[in-house]
Design a binder for this molecule. Structure first.
Ligand SMILES: [Zn+2]
Length: 316
């Protein structure tokens, strides 16, 4: 997996312009915020915080959803929270194993925060942690200093767990492997608010990576719709409603899996299928479309072809 991560990061880092880094805070409902990073690639200047994070304020401390890509990035998240509340971060929930979801855990744990994650998520974190650090080093350079992969001490061995933190209610839910295996969402049932992690990308196109699961991601998206969220803090992009999430993520996953699935079923060669589907006007408004759409088609084809292989093999 290592060489894929290095390649992917170098690819994304290649054309990234240097510009001042910003993490924008956005109140979603009273006491619950999104911290929105840029939608561009990770870079030295953005500390790898090219994603969206979230937090909920309680009378006894802050619940942070995802901790950033590094110790330095975690400090930037902490500073953004401090502008809004003097409460300390007492809990950090990880929704995934991609760098920006959890590599800042060490900073918050060092300040006394408890790290909370599903066992499924931690299993993937353990698999990719060192590889993420190696891959981030050439991009973040000294901005990566002091970063250690730190996991939840007591991972939750269930697919769904409800708990109360500082009087607010949360559920941590696995709906299916998606961007990474073990990706989860955080649901606040009273607020009908969903922190989707990398299950939802808005404003920019999602990335099907070599280790992503496009078909189950699509199913997970529809399962998430079943929660009927009124507010969504996505993994990338500004907070939004379900219709926006469906337009920018759900419709794309539906289209991708349906169209590529048909090509695989028809035994259309991969090059022909990718060329034919490369022009998808409905999704061209999404940022990074030119960079990611073709590789999304490619990887989805390979995934679905593997699934179809036993059936597609000619009978002897
Ligand atoms: Zn992400």
């Amino acid at each position: 997996m290592h060489r894929f991560i290095v390649f992917f990061i170098l690819l994304l880092a290649a054309g990234a312009p240097a510009r001042a880094f910003e993490l924008q805070s956005q109140q979603v409902v009273p006491g619950v915020y999104a911290l929105v990073g840029p939608k561009e690639a990770r870079s030295y200047d953005n500390y790898g915080l090219n994603a969206t994070f979230g937090f909920a304020i309680t009378p006894t401390g802050v619940v942070l959803i995802d901790s950033g890509s590094s110790l330095a990035g975690a400090k930037i998240i902490a500073a953004a929270i401090r502008k809004i509340t003097p409460q300390p971060v007492r809990w950090v929930i990880n929704t995934g194993s991609q760098d920006h979801r959890w590599l800042g855990n060490g900073y918050f744990a060092g300040k006394g925060a408890e790290i909370i994650a599903l066992k499924r998520t931690v299993d993937t974190q353990r698999e990719v942690g060192e590889q993420w650090l190696a891959a981030l080093k050439p991009v973040l350079k000294e901005h990566l200093d002091g970063t250690v992969p730190l996991h939840a001490a007591h991972p939750i061995a269930a697919d769904r767990r409800a708990f109360e933190l500082g009087g607010r209610h949360f559920e941590l839910i696995w709906l299916g492997d998606a961007h990474f295996a073990g990706d989860a969402v955080v649901w606040m049932p009273r607020e009908k608010l969903l922190f989707s992690g990398d299950l939802i990308f808005v404003e920019r196109i999602l990335g099907v990576l070599p280790w992503s699961h496009a078909a189950s991601w699509r199913k997970a998206f529809h399962a998430m719709e079943g929660l009927r969220p009124e507010h969504i803090v996505p993994g990338h992009g500004h907070s939004c409603d379900l219709a926006t999430a469906r337009r920018d993520t759900g419709d794309y996953l539906d289209w991708l899996v349906t169209e590529v699935g048909q090509a695989v079923a028809d035994w259309e060669p991969i090059e022909t299928a990718v060329d034919r589907l490369a022009d998808a006007p409905k999704f061209k408004h999404l940022e990074l479309y030119d960079m990611l759409h073709r590789s999304n088609l490619n990887r989805t084809y390979v995934e679905l072809e593997q699934r179809e292989l036993p059936r597609a093999a000619p009978a002897k």
